[in-house]
Design a protein around this ligand. Sequence first.
Ligand SMILES: [Zn+2]
Length: 408
Amino acid sequence: MHDHRRLGREMGLFDTDPLIGAGLPYWLPDGATVRHTLEEYIRATERRAGYQHVYSPVLGKRELYEISGHWAHYSDDMFPPMDLGGEQVVLRPSLCPHHAVIFRSRSRSYRELPLRMAELGGMYRSELSGVLGGLTRVRAIQLNDAHVFCTLGQVAEEAQAALEMIRRSYAALGITSTRYRLSLPGSGGKYVAAPEKWQRSTALLTDVLDRSGLPYEAAGGEAAFYGPKIDVQVTDRAGRESTLSTVQVDFHQPEQFDLHYIGADGAKHRPVMIHRSIIGSVERAVAHLIEQHGGAFPAWLAPIQLAVLPVSDTELPDAAALARRCADLGLRAQVAGPDRGSLGARVRQARLIPYQAVIGAREAADGHVALRLRDGRRLAPRPVSDVLTRISALIGAHSTDLWADTAS
Ligand SMILES: [Zn+2]
């Protein structure tokens, strides 16, 4: 079984240190490469879908979370406030309040809606140390978050589009969703008391799910405190289910922050807020990807994409030249020369690397490489430029295929 903590350490992706603290992992260079590549993929996907990115601070005044409702409904998961010159500031438990404040920072017209505001930003959760470990239960979280401010009539289409973004991203990441869950409130005082708002938002999400044709189950006690959610559930290799992606409808925070836009009629109207996340927290997503793929990431996400393996020292200059060509193309290549052992040993060491380019005397003389794929396929020697063009195309398309064989 693949445990992301063990694999993550073996692969040099991340680690923790008691001196930094439990639940506060740091990312090593190869892990940082994976994280950066994943974050940039998400940002590019969002830009194409019309989202605009913002940055907002990871701290806020206590009052901000009192208004949003986090203080009343979510403070068990929040860090205690810090006293600072007569006021209290808190590490934020979510990004929504900041985005609501950014929305109302100036007058908004109905023509600006749907206004899609995205941020990959830090947030904090006071997990108890007993449940901490690896990347799945952390105290510092990098969240792929976005809020769509829209009219009531735009909610269904925006929620549907968010589900479609999730589906496409899962295909690129090689993630299989286990099930879709309509997460509803349970009993108890965890949820804001506004029965009419809950009914309206639940009806909207139910409609989105019904029209999408996706099979789903409703579950009580799983909603956000401010509204119901569509949660996309995934299962790890140990059979534990968790939520990666989510789409939520919220009538509560727009009212709390007194958000409005000027309608075509010249009057003020209240927007609806859709909270949506494609991959959830970066930490949990990477943990899931490590386990799902056993460390063999899709080529576009792999920390090293191409291992360059010269058969003998004589081909070292050719190997170095190939690695430079890769770098120029934005491909991540690494030379493993004979000082690292026999060719067979180096092939085994590179078992998680999608492509292994072997260069012997004949390949060097012809300007060819003999390519081995991670899945065991071995291709006949072919020109370097042909190999790099094909690999670049597959990686650029975020394909999970290692090779598109048209004529080999
Ligand atoms: Zn939110």
